[in-house]
Write a protein that binds this ligand. Structure first.
Ligand SMILES: [Zn+2]
Length: 404
């Protein structure tokens, strides 16, 4: 059947005579076309033009609308209502005139690659696990697809391999509007009950699914597929993935990142993971050594603190651990007649505080202290902890002057 006969077949299948002929239904590679302007009406953000036929795919099925040019003007958005396709432009078109349409095919093809990959992904998951695709969104950066069953890391790896195998096999992808009887005899996936004509998209040996969007004609054109993330979602699994040119871009950028990391460690790329792990272990070791050293220093510092009838107040930098500060405060507790307060932080984002005392019931004074420190916190009679937003100077003068 020729393309033109196909278009007529699609048109005659339309229930509404005014429906726009969908060139993308017959051939998703048509990017330039000539059409007659049927109508053009002003809307809030410009003009909506209806053509007798169009290659612009309207928003639908989780995929954004095509963009491009109509005549010399930008097509900003395309939508469909009751089979009629509306092209949004800033400029007006005269009914009866002829106009050339040009779809931004680079973006369209990227979407076709990703969209067809999602069909394979959902087909594979349905065949292998019996789970249904219950949500799909194709963004500028990734495919997001939801399934109504739990998948683990090993499942994801296996699915990814099966999808890539199906891509390499270069299966043909076809789309058609079956007659009612034919439709009843075909088993196909569908996200929802569809009213009116059902368009089926078949990927040979992999999947049949109801879908209105344009797809590539053979799976080999997808090139590659990569799951980037997955997570538990509403009792099932949400998968993020990329395909086609997006997958290639991801390989290139992640390869660069890995190369940079390997270079910074002066190791081969395949040794980078181990090098990072060694560094992380070393860092943990140094952190605990640092805590030990800091505790020794605080011990020395505590021996130099002189007795006061009032309160003691100390500041520690943000790298100091709470346990070391608590130990320090307890060790100087006997050297004051009031309370012993420690503040951890650099002041820019406030302080964490610990206050201890044996002579003052801190639980009773907690509110007063928090009010004075612009803080919040609580604890027991002998110790309270919390956060403070007051300036260092005002904290110091509060503890200097305040008699508990
Ligand atoms: Zn589709």
């Amino acid at each position: 059947m020729s393309a033109e006969t196909n278009i007529n077949a699609v048109n005659s299948a339309n229930s509404n005579k005014n429906e726009t002929v969908r060139l993308f239904d017959v051939d998703s590679y048509v990017s330039e076309f000539e059409a007659k302007v049927i109508s053009c009406a002003p809307v809030e953000s410009g003009y909506e033009t209806v053509l007798d036929r169009t290659a612009f795919f309207p928003e639908g099925g989780g995929q954004a609308s095509d963009e491009g040019k109509l005549g010399a003007f930008d097509v900003l958005h395309v939508r469909e209502e009751n089979g009629v396709i509306y092209h949004l432009t800033k400029e007006k078109f005269e009914p009866g005139a002829r106009a050339m349409g040009k779809v931004d095919f680079k973006e369209r093809f990227r979407r076709m690659q990703n969209h067809t990959a999602e069909h394979i992904l959902s087909g594979v998951i349905h065949t292998e696990y019996g789970f249904h695709n219950v949500g799909f969104h194709l963004s500028e950066k990734y495919i997001r697809a939801d399934y109504n069953g739990a998948l683990g890391g090993e499942d994801i790896k296996r699915i990814e391999t099966l999808v890539n195998n199906a891509i390499v096999k270069n299966h043909p992808v076809t789309a058609w509007y079956p007659e009612k009887n034919e439709l009843l005899s075909i088993e196909y996936r569908s996200k929802k009950e569809i009213e009116g004509r059902v368009r089926l998209v078949k990927i040979e040996d992999v999947d049949i699914c109801a879908c209105c969007a344009p797809h590539v004609s053979r799976t080999g054109e997808i090139g590659a597929f990569k799951v980037t993330d997955y997570m538990k979602y509403k009792g099932g699994t949400r998968i993020f993935a990329v395909a086609g040119s997006d997958a290639v871009s991801l390989f290139i950028s992640e390869h660069e990142i890995l190369s940079d990391i390997a270079e910074s460690f002066s190791v081969k790329r395949e040794e980078a993971r181990e090098a990072v792990s060694r560094l992380s272990e070393r860092l943990s070791r140094l952190k605990s050594e640092n805590i030990q050293i800091r505790r020794e220093l605080l011990k020395l510092k505590s021996s130099n603190v002189e007795y006061t009838d009032g309160n003691l107040c100390f500041f520690f930098d943000s790298s100091c651990d709470v346990e070391s500060v608590r130990e320090f405060l307890n060790s100087v507790l006997q050297k004051c007649g009031g309370v012993c307060a420690g503040f951890i932080g650099d002041g820019d984002s406030g302080y964490r505080y610990i206050i201890v005392s044996e002579r003052v019931n801190l639980k009773d004074k907690c509110r007063k202290i928090n009010d004075a420190l612009c803080g919040k916190g609580g604890g027991s009679d002998k110790m309270i902890c919390g956060s403070a937003n007051a300036e260092k100077g005002s904290i110091e003068s509060f503890f200097k002057d305040f008699e508990f």
